[in-house]
Write a protein that binds this ligand. Structure first.
Ligand code: NAG
Length: 327
């Protein structure tokens, strides 16, 4: 017995070594493969300010006695949070300066008006973190902004495209020139990540901790996306046909491409986000077929202009404007 088992054990050891070796090589290769994507193309930090879309809402009240706000300090900030430093409780949160989910700086006239549009349902614990965190983050940025939470208030299958279309319509009604479409589970970590539109649509959440801070694929526009209101209208908004989880973001990405709207990004050090935990949503198994159909018929016929008749109710709260939608 002793001799045989020694041989077997040595053999086993070799097999294990071999497997370990192969796995190590695979890990190294993966690392380098990802490294390429980690260094995604972006607008150089030096010229960022020239690329920003400086436009205010006509509804923003300006004060002649105050100077225009400055943004170079924000864009040049190196202050960042590590993902585990993100607070989960906001016991001493102050709502100072907030009205109807909106804010404008006191000491200067903002150069940017931005509508943050969040498609939402049934994620109360995330919203409870998102709202105070975002207000604390955004109030430091010298921008005029308003947070719209667009909530699907029925038992039908979640339809993010319709929610974004309704949210954008509401923000357009309030004359916001820039929309930021924002997942409720993503929180920005870098103070330099200015919430403003650029000349081209801007994919803001390029570097998310859940994806090891790597951009998973180049045409990804989901997560957080900033674009001019007029660009959203030009591509006819989102498709209304995607139900459940997935597909609508990629379809929107094709719409932008079809209109020759290149998506730009900021450097990694300004684009990091942490993702809050949540259970996986039910995937839409038909999403690939809808995506193919949508691309085949030129896509954009179905969208903002063909929004189905939905019930919309707008209600204002201190920390957000609630846009209730019933399909
Ligand atoms: C906030 O919303 C309420 C109700 O919709 C409205 O009457 C009020 O004028 C708004 N306040 C501001 C400052 O926009």
């Amino acid at each position: 017995m002793p001799k045989r088992s020694l041989k077997t054990r040595i053999l086993q050891l070799r097999v294990i070594t071999c497997i370990f070796f192969i796995l190590s090589i695979k890990a190294v290769l993966l690392f380098f493969a990802n490294y390429g994507v980690y260094k995604y193309p972006h607008i150089p930090a030096e010229v960022l300010e020239t690329q920003l879309y400086k436009q205010r809402s006509p509804k923003l009240v300006l004060h002649k006695s105050k100077p225009d706000c400055k943004y170079d300090e924000i864009l040049g900030s190196t202050s960042s949070l590590l993902n585990w430093e993100v607070p989960r409780r906001f016991d001493d949160f102050s709502a100072q300066g907030l009205v109807n989910g909106s804010y404008a700086p006191e000491h200067c006239n903002a150069l940017f008006s931005v509508a943050v549009v969040v498609a939402y349902r049934n994620r109360q614990s995330q919203l409870d973190i998102f709202l105070p965190y975002m207000h604390n983050f955004l109030r430091k940025q010298n921008i005029h902004y308003r947070i719209y939470v667009v909530e699907q208030q029925d038992e039908k299958i979640f339809n993010k495209g319709i929610l974004y279309n309704v949210g954008a319509k509401t923000a357009l009604g309030d004359q916001f020139p820039c929309l930021i479409l924002h997942d409720v589970d993503l929180l920005p970590l870098d103070a330099a990540n200015l919430y403003a539109c650029a000349a081209s649509p801007r994919h803001m959440s390029a570097s998310i901790d859940k994806f090891r801070f790597v951009l998973p694929y180049d045409y990804l526009t989901g997560g957080v996306l900033a674009l001019k209101a007029q660009q959203f209208v030009a591509v006819n908004g989102f498709s209304n046909r995607f139900e459940g989880w997935g597909g609508e973001d990629d379809d929107f990405s094709y719409r932008l491409a079809a209109h020759k709207l290149d998506v730009v990004r900021f450097p990694v050090a300004m684009s990091r986000y942490t993702m809050l935990e949540h259970p996986q949503e039910r995937r839409n198994s038909a999403r690939l077929q809808i995506l193919r159909d949508s691309i085949r018929d030129g896509g954009a016929r179905d969208g903002l202009s063909t929004l189905p008749p939905v019930h919309v109710r707008v209600a204002t709260h201190r920390l957000f404007t609630l846009v209730g939608v019933r399909l």
